[in-house]
Ligand binder design. Structure first.
Ligand SMILES: Cc1ncc(C[n+]2csc(CCOP(=O)(O)OP(=O)(O)O)c2C)c(N)n1
Ligand code: SF4
Ligand SMILES: [Mg+2]
Length: 768
């Protein structure tokens, strides 16, 4: 999958009589071609945050960087909003900037998009299109793309992996053209284009690409002390409208410049693009108008219909902004009927954005008589196959032949009754008495000291029903569920859970099934804490108004991964500061595992992930792990704890305290270290040993902070069990390389020890 030096050197040179620089042929996916183009452009910086299906671009670039194949500064952000901010700052600094995202990642960054365009900062963003949540669906449609239409960014479309390469390179020139100076999106279809391999040609090295791009023009930037500049001043009328008018003029300039660049690129590569892609449209009477990969499917069907003597063609676009209205008018002038397919709806307007824009374009031609049919299709990755394309052609042909449109707008491939499966009958409610078995006793200390916890033997907790049913789809040996199970069995009474996006959520709730036996809510993983605080407030308010009759022993628990505490840090801190009575429970598997093991800020220094590769130029993750418990403790909430999967009694005691504080005092934050054998590249049978080594090396100390007082609950030094970090690193595939890097190991050890000594000081001092 990775693009390596030998790939670049492979293949016979394909020079031409016109002395084009040689290209090589390959078989690659859209994401591979995006990464290849970016490496050859050698952007100054890529700011990114992982989200399927665009993540692979950053992963490939990171892998190439580890091998020294480009110099792009790869900056993993704390979320897409942060990634867009990093890119904006970098572009203000005067360099070439790249980003890639999808779906909710794009929506989370959306606010930043008009800033980039409104201040006229060139940049390139690959939007690997995917459906926008909710409900969550990771496959492709254009619901994210349609949000881009009003941001002021140019939007180029790439229908296949070849176009992904070509458009990315052209995008840099277009964005930096002095008359344009606008950021550019290159949009291609998630999975259909991003992951499917096709035959492609590309330059084996970056020189021809660099020659095509030339140096970046010297626009005003923020790094010249001799030319101080105010970027983004406060601007009211009448200037703001002028700013937007200039943006409009820049779009108009792009309309002129883009065909020139296409021509230049054709000269260099032999590959020709036009703003509007026309297939067999010369004498077409009926046409289908689709964007990106679906248009390619329709082209095959157009060939079949042509062979049957039907006059059909396909129209598609290589650019969506600026919208090529004039070219569309020309192409459709003598077409009797066109069916416009939208892979996203503009709800309530009876047509998606493409439909409306095509209709508007045609309206400006008084001679035009083309009938327009509109269909929403392929949402959430629903396949669009040749049979679907044929249905579209048949509808357009019928309209062309009869001169009337029977059904102007409809959904294709949907039914009002859904899939017919519906929700299967749920599991029976849990026995209220069994949920309240007196397994734990929590008592307040009359002197204000720590809570006193007494609990039944571990085996007795099996008598309390599990709140998560077995049968979820986690990998063998996954530590999430044993730990959550222990935590929830230590809690008595009614529980409402909110899971942020992550493995725990994905493997327990594949519609129409659920593994949750208590009420469960999912929200986007940057906003779970805020959502649950809203629910907690509503609980208290409705109880106060006498609208609900429920017991008082309700506990609200938000379950998040360590990644969720990166992107969701702000709302988690907000919740903590507001004092909502709930538990934020983080399971820490040291990475973004459900999206393919990218680094999170909790990934330790030197650990290998899919965005912190190990190679001749990079030694795994390059900054230390985040100390989330200390950040949350700084919010002065009543209870903070750490726990680990292999220390069940410690976890049970802390769970019981967590419940007491969440019911009686305020917010609780807990972090549980759990194993991910898949991405730690470790043996399942070694899990306990690995977790004990993490704890005994003091990398992951077990402690609690109760009403501000720190207490170490397991002290490996006092027990004579402390081991060097090296022993822990030796147990996992993701860290074994560290054994050959004593300097890096020493750096990890030093930081681990510094934090441990600090913790011990806090444990010992009455005020810390
Ligand atoms: C705004 C947004 N950005 C990115 C994603 C993609 N995404 C979903 S879960 C996830 C990683 C979650 O990591 P973590 O919280 O550690 O849970 P784990 O997968 O390790 O269980 C990512 C990057 C998303 N769904 N929404
Ligand atoms: S990837 Fe890791 S955390 Fe996710 S289900 Fe598999 S083992 Fe568990
Ligand atoms: Mg994680």
């Amino acid at each position: 999958m990775a693009i390596r030096a030998r790939d670049l050197a492979r293949g016979a040179a394909q020079g031409t009589a016109r002395r084009r620089p040689a290209q090589v042929a390959g078989f690659k996916s859209g994401n591979e071609m995006a990464a290849l183009a970016a490496s050859q452009i050698n952007f100054h910086l890529m700011g990114y945050y992982p989200i399927t299906p665009s993540t692979e671009i950053a992963e490939l670039l990171d892998e190439m960087k580890a091998e020294g194949l480009h110099d792009i500064a790869m900056v993993p952000a704390d979320g897409e909003h942060g990634a867009a901010g990093i890119c904006y700052g970098a572009s203000v600094g005067g360099g070439r900037v790249f980003n890639a995202t999808s779906a909710n990642g794009y929506l989370y960054a959306l606010e930043q998009m008009p800033v980039q365009a409104g201040t006229r900062m060139p940049a390139v963003l690959d939007l690997v299109t995917r459906t926008v949540s909710g409900p969550l669906d990771i496959r492709g449609d254009h619901s994210d793309l349609y949000f881009a239409l009003n941001t002021g960014w140019i939007v180029l479309l790439a229908r296949d992996p070849q176009a992904v390469y070509d458009m990315n390179i052209i995008a840099v020139r277009l964005s930096e053209h002095p008359d344009v100076r606008l950021p550019v999106i290159v949009a291609f279809d998630g999975f259909f284009t991003s992951h499917q391999k096709r035959r492609v040609s590309f330059f084996p090295d970056r020189e021809p690409v660099q020659a095509f791009l030339g140096p970046r023009p010297d626009f005003p930037h923020a790094l010249d002390p001799q030319r101080p500049i105010t970027f983004g001043p406060y601007m009211n009328d009448p200037d703001l409208i002028n700013n937007k008018y200039q943006l409009h003029l820049a779009m108009e300039a792009a309309r002129r410049v883009l065909p020139e660049l296409y021509a230049e690129w054709a000269e260099l590569t032999g590959r020709e693009y036009r703003t509007v892609d026309l297939y067999r449209m010369e004498d077409a009477e009926a046409a289908v108008f689709l964007l990106n990969s679906a248009a390619e499917t329709a082209k095959e069907v157009a060939d079949q219909l042509r062979a049957e003597g039907r006059k059909v063609g396909v129209i598609s676009l290589n650019v969506l902004r600026p919208f090529p209205a004039e070219e569309i008018r020309r192409a459709l002038r003598s077409v009797k009927a066109v069916l416009v397919g939208d892979r996203a709806d503009s709800y309530g307007s009876c047509g998606g954005n493409l439909t409306h824009e095509v209709k508007a374009a045609l309206k400006d031609d008084p001679e035009n008589r083309t009938l327009v049919l509109s269909r929403v299709y392929g949402l959430g990755g629903l396949e669009f196959d040749p049979a679907d394309a044929r249905t579209f052609f048949e509808a357009a042909l019928e309209a062309a032949e009869t001169g009337r449109v029977a059904v102007p707008f409809d959904y294709h491939g949907a039914s009002p009754a859904g899939s017919g499966q519906g929700l299967p009958p749920g599991l029976p409610p849990l026995d209220p008495e069994a949920l309240r078995l007196p397994l734990v006793q929590v008592k307040e200390d009359p002197t204000g000291g720590p809570l006193q916890v007494e609990h039944a033997p571990l085996w007795a907790f099996r008598n309390r029903p599990g709140r998560i049913a077995p049968g979820h789809g986690a990998c063998p040996g996954c530590g999430i569920f044993p730990s959550l199970d222990q935590f929830f069995r230590a809690i008595s009474g009614d529980v409402v859970v909110l899971f942020q996006t992550g493995c725990a959520m994905v493997v327990t709730t594949g519609y129409p099934y659920t593994a949750h036996r208590v009420t469960y809510i999912h929200n986007l993983f940057q906003n779970g804490a805020a959502t649950l605080s809203g629910l907690v407030e509503m609980f208290h308010e409705r109880k106060r108004r006498g609208e609900i009759q429920v017991r008082d022993d309700f506990t609200f628990v938000m379950v998040t991964g360590d990644g969720g505490m990166d992107i969701g840090m702000g709302p988690a801190i907000g919740t903590a500061l507001r004092g909502h009575r709930l538990i934020i429970l983080e399971y820490d598997n040291e990475g973004y595992m459900n999206t393919g093991s990218q680094l999170s800020y909790s990934t330790p220094l030197g650990h290998m992930t899919s965005t912190s590769h190990v190679g001749s130029h990079q030694a795994g993750k390059w900054f230390h792990h985040k100390d989330t418990p200390q950040i949350m403790a700084a919010c002065h909430i009543p209870y903070v704890f750490t726990a680990a999967q292999s220390y069940p009694e410690d976890l049970i005691r802390k769970a019981a305290k967590a419940q007491w504080y969440a019911q009686n005092a305020g917010p609780v934050y807990g972090k549980i270290l759990i194993a991910c054998p898949l991405n730690w590249r470790s043996e399942e049978s070694m899990t306990t040993e690995i977790l004990q080594a993490a704890v005994n090396s003091c990398f992951f100390p077990l402690y609690e902070i109760e009403k501000g007082k720190t207490r170490i609950t397991y002290d490996p030094e006092a027990l004579g069990k402390r081991v060097p970090v090296r022993e822990w690193a030796a147990l996992m595939g993701k860290t074994r390389h560290l054994l050959k890097d004593p300097e890096l190991l020493a750096e990890i050890e030093a930081e681990v020890d510094r934090r441990w000594q600090r913790l011990k000081a806090m444990h010992e001092h009455p005020l810390l």
